[in-house]
Ligand binder design. Structure first.
Ligand SMILES: [Zn+2]
Length: 265
């Protein structure tokens, strides 16, 4: 009975925003761990909650944004560097089930208005890109493997190749993710990431290393030609702030996912 009460409870999600997209023609946001009433607001299937809870929370999110589920597109994220261009024909993909989400991609791009591109994270970085000149948006799931594999470069390339976006007009937001303070990896993982992203010190590393995903992501975005003053990084570390955001490491892997979304309006 307690479970049913939780599922059916009306709730008001708490949503955070980047200031970089203020007064632009996009709707965007980052959901948080709890609603304003303190109810957990997990949006990720195959996590710590049953599908019914996720479907309920997704319905609440769609209602909050005053859009039907056919306006939302979710991916089956796999830590790849694959990018997928979506249009209205993909509307509703993954809205209530993983089974019809866009398969095995980690970035979504569109030039269609009123299509909400959604990314789920709990320590990996959610990244939003918006080109106001060509009217194109992207939502990117950028964790250690995605960043090392080129997900940022690939997304900016797709925006350029498909829609003519020039990097110097793109605005970027890097959302909450695990910070250097809490992201310790073993020597081999650290060496691999640092060499793939071009910052392995000349004398190498020895022992465990703390990775700085946000700084790396910001640098990779700048290397694509997006100006520094058009990139905003949210300061919160998800592991240090796991009362606000879900955190895979901060919660010993048994946790939910929060969503980051963007749509042209
Ligand atoms: Zn931390």
């Amino acid at each position: 009975m307690l479970f049913k009460k939780t599922v059916m409870k009306n709730c008001d999600p708490v949503i955070k925003k980047f200031t970089t997209f203020d007064n632009t023609a996009v709707d965007h946001g980052i959901t948080t761990r709890f609603t304003s009433e303190g109810t957990p607001f997990n949006l990720g299937f195959n996590t710590c909650d049953p599908s019914e809870v996720i479907q309920h929370n997704r319905t609440v999110l769609y209602g909050k944004l005053l859009r039907g589920p056919e306006r939302f597109i979710w991916a089956n994220q796999k830590h790849t560097s694959r990018v997928f261009v979506v249009d209205i024909s993909h509307g509703g993909a993954g809205a209530f089930s993983c089974s019809n989400a866009i398969p095995e991609v980690d970035a979504l791009v569109t030039a269609c208005p009123n299509l909400y591109l959604c990314i789920l994270t709990a320590d990996c970085l959610p990244v939003l890109l918006y080109d106001p000149a060509c009217r194109v948006v992207a939502a990117v799931h950028a964790g250690r493997r995605g960043l090392a594999g080129g997900i940022i470069e690939n997304t900016v390339s797709v925006m350029g190749n498909h829609f003519g976006s020039r990097p110097d007009t793109i605005l970027a937001g890097i959302g909450p993710g695990i910070d250097k303070c809490c992201y310790r990896v073993d020597e081999e993982t650290g060496r691999s990431f640092l060499s793939q992203t071009g910052v392995l010190p000349a004398d190498g590393i020895s022992g465990e290393v703390h990775l700085d995903l946000k700084a790396t992501c910001r640098r990779l975005i700048m290397e694509e030609g997006i100006p520094a003053d058009r990139i905003e990084t949210m300061p919160e570390c998800t592991a240090c702030n796991n009362s606000v955001f879900f955190s895979y490491r901060g919660d010993d892997s048994k946790t939910g996912r929060f969503a980051t979304y963007i749509a042209l309006v």
